[in-house]
Ligand binder design. Structure first.
Ligand code: SAM
Length: 276
């Protein structure tokens, strides 16, 4: 059987958040490709793993990938890890993985910790989401990206660093609809883990109230736009009733007057009801 590149998830803070299969794989492969050898050593020492390391980071990914493919060509299994969480998710690795596919070797994930999914599981937002990762750092590009993301009918998931958290949250609050909610998930799985859910407009003041709230690593989750959050049961009932007697457009218009909800939202829902 041909050699395999294992993509191994490692903890995002708490060293115990690593799977048994990840530990077995890191012990058994010939080489572990990692972002920062000193950082990787701390994790591996903790588990008594002595596997040789190969540095693979953003600026040497091309050369390191050649070495990695050469090892696979010799029949040796290799594991790829990043500094934290799942490799190739807002981390180096995608280029190496694509090259390994192209070279015809097997790629196999060993799933585990990921900051975005951990935060999403603790946010209480229903429905689909778009994982954005880091927004552009330049103000203009960041705002353009947000204006485009605003149109998506889904929850949004961002990564952010402590030195940009204040400006990013300020942009989210000023550019997205005020009805949206935000979950700020800070220092997940670590000693000072904090997860709060609040109206988007209240987020800048929440951050400003305590400097500790601006420290550490962040996942920001913003609920979908108001139009995708669905109608309440009473509005649905009124619309349904009106639709039994009236055309879609008139029913939506009257329902908007009765309920105070958006005419467009009611019209879209009325079309769905008719279609159904
Ligand atoms: N590959 C990682 C993963 O699977 O989540 C993400 C790596 S990315 C370079 C680092 C960013 O992930 C941080 O700036 C932060 O936004 C987020 N992050 C990582 N660990 C976190 C944690 N413990 N709590 C909150 N956010 C975290």
């Amino acid at each position: 059987m041909s050699a395999t590149l294992f993509i191994v998830a490692t903890p995002i803070g708490n060293l115990s958040d690593i799977t048994l299969r990840a530990l077995e794989t890191l012990r058994s492969v010939a080489v572990i490709a990692c972002e920062d050898t000193r950082h990787a050593r701390r994790l591996l020492d903790h588990y008594g793993i002595r596997t040789p390391l190969l540095a693979l980071y953003e600026h040497n990914e091309r050369q390191a990938t050649e070495r990695l493919i050469a090892l696979l060509g010799e029949g040796k299994d290799v594991a790829l890890i990043s500094d934290a969480g799942t490799p190739a998710v807002s981390d180096p690795g995608a280029l190496a993985v694509a090259a390994v596919h192209a070279a015809g070797f097997r790629v196999s994930p060993i799933p585990g910790a990921n900051a975005a999914i951990a935060a999403l599981s603790a946010a209480g937002f229903e429905g689909p989401f778009c994982f954005v990762g880091f927004l552009p750092t330049k103000v203009g590009a960041r705002r353009t990206a947000l204006r485009q993301l605003k149109m998506l009918p889904v929850n949004l998931v961002f990564y952010e660093a402590p030195h940009r958290i204040v400006e990013t949250v300020a942009d989210l609050a000023s550019l997205l609809e005020p009805e949206r909610e935000i979950v700020i998930a800070r220092e997940l799985t670590k000693l000072f883990e904090e997860i709060v859910r609040l109206p988007l407009l209240a987020a800048p003041a929440w951050l400003a109230a305590d400097e500790n709230r601006r420290r550490g690593e962040f996942v920001l989750l913003v609920s979908g736009p108001p139009s995708c959050q669905g109608l309440d049961a009473e509005s649905e009932r009124i619309l349904e009733l009106l639709l039994t007697e009236l055309p879609v457009k008139t029913a939506a218009k009257l329902a908007a007057e009765i309920t105070g909800k958006s005419k467009n939202e009611l019209y879209a829902r009325a079309l769905e009801m008719k279609g159904g």
